[in-house]
Write a protein that binds this ligand. Sequence first.
Ligand SMILES: CC(C)(COP(=O)(O)OP(=O)(O)OC[C@H]1O[C@@H](n2cnc3c(N)ncnc32)[C@H](O)[C@@H]1OP(=O)(O)O)[C@@H](O)C(=O)NCCC(=O)NCCS
Length: 141
Amino acid sequence: MSDPLTPAQMAATHAAAFTQSRPWSAQEFATLLDSPLVFATGDTRCFSLLRVIADEAELLTIATDPAYQRQGLARTCMSDWETRARACGAAEAFLEVAQDNAPAQALYRTCGFAECGRRTGYYRRKDANPVDAILMRKALR
Ligand SMILES: CC(C)(COP(=O)(O)OP(=O)(O)OC[C@H]1O[C@@H](n2cnc3c(N)ncnc32)[C@H](O)[C@@H]1OP(=O)(O)O)[C@@H](O)C(=O)NCCC(=O)NCCS
């Protein structure tokens, strides 16, 4: 996982992976990446986007192309962005995950994240009721 990703490549992988929510556009990725506080790790098969502000890192998104899922790519990507966050001075990391997203919750738990809060009805769904956002945290030091 070393080649830099373009916003268009991120948008393509994101759209392939996210079937329950609106995928982010290439322009949205480009705008986020304009910030010196936002970093990407991964490649076209699996990538993550994180933001580090002072000693806090936030996972903005992570996605694996369905053709490459269950091969350990997201686990590696998580490890890579945590290393990057620590190098930027982060002491703890946060993320949000939908209550109905069992694969992502399983990934985060295996990577050492634990629930630290909830936002009720935070995620809208196309043909179903909104679902809660689960907030998760991990100490990086
Ligand atoms: C969540 C996601 C990023 C996982 O990517 P992945 O590359 O398939 O994950 P990995 O192969 O690295 O899996 C690592 C561990 O996570 C857990 N996991 C991953 N996918 C899982 C699934 N479908 N069901 C249960 N556990 C799963 C397992 O513990 C797995 O370890 P194992 O394969 O040894 O059992 C991928 O399913 C995805 O892109 N989903 C759509 C986008 C999304 O929901 N992103 C997160 C938003 S918060």
